[in-house]
Design a protein. Sequence first.
Length: 314
Amino acid sequence: MNRIYKKIKTLNNYKYNYLLTRLLSRIYIFKKLFLFINHFNYKKKFSEINSSKDQVFEFSGCTSTNEIINDLSQNGFSLKLKLGKNHLKRILNYANNNFCFAYGDPKIGFYFNERKQCEKKINKEILLAKYFNYQNQQPFIEIANSPLLHKIANEYLGSNAKNIATQLWWTFPASVDSETTSKVAHYFHRDVDAWGFVKFFFYLNDVSKNGGPHIYVKKSHKPSFFSQIFEEKFLLNRHTDSSVRKRFGDDAIFSIYGSAGTGIVADTFGLHKGESPKKEPRLLLCCVYATENYGVQEFIKKPEILTHYKSTVS
């Protein structure tokens, strides 16, 4: 009960319409009705896009967006998209030459190669670090304006689907407590960011077995009302591995590995998590598309409060 109270208290800090969406859109039967109406109102305005016409992303193992939409509808995710090498190189260059911020704290900025020194200074291992205020720079403008991503999102969600955030963060091997692991979404959970949303994840370095793969539970994006009541109890917090395994079976839990550039298109209303890296860090790009924008997804902070850790931590 204490965790539920804290969750509601946190939500209360947001706008009323966002709070209402967070509470009601987790009930799939309501979400399904919204998406049905949204598709009914959708007027198809995209011709089929050849990946060669998109300067940022490419198809992987398919030739059209239809195959990706079918994967999303049937399984909740698709692996048939990848980030182009040119943009991959440019993002890595940005990541290596700009501060990321430990746990999103604007007072603990550090360069990638300073992580160990930063951990020693703050007396805590860093599991996650976010980048801020890169959205108006190249190549991120081109990423946000990608016609390929825009088409996939509109075909899957219906009318008004738009890019509402482009997120960039590191996940590092770290020995931390379960509360910290939960806060950075390394337990199974459902996203409830809007009535309709889809996310595009891209690995920016190679992700192997010990590198913190994204894990998705196949076909968990369309739960029955019965299962949400009696099995999930509309759980506001995280789901344990054992409960997910018992409910869906081992074969449904899909760990996604891949080389740099590997893309994951996911309906993250389905159960998913990031696995904490054991050996190698993981750099991830996430493009969020949704039917509503409540202004809480973008990684933006006031520039004047962003500080290098040596300047603020005693």
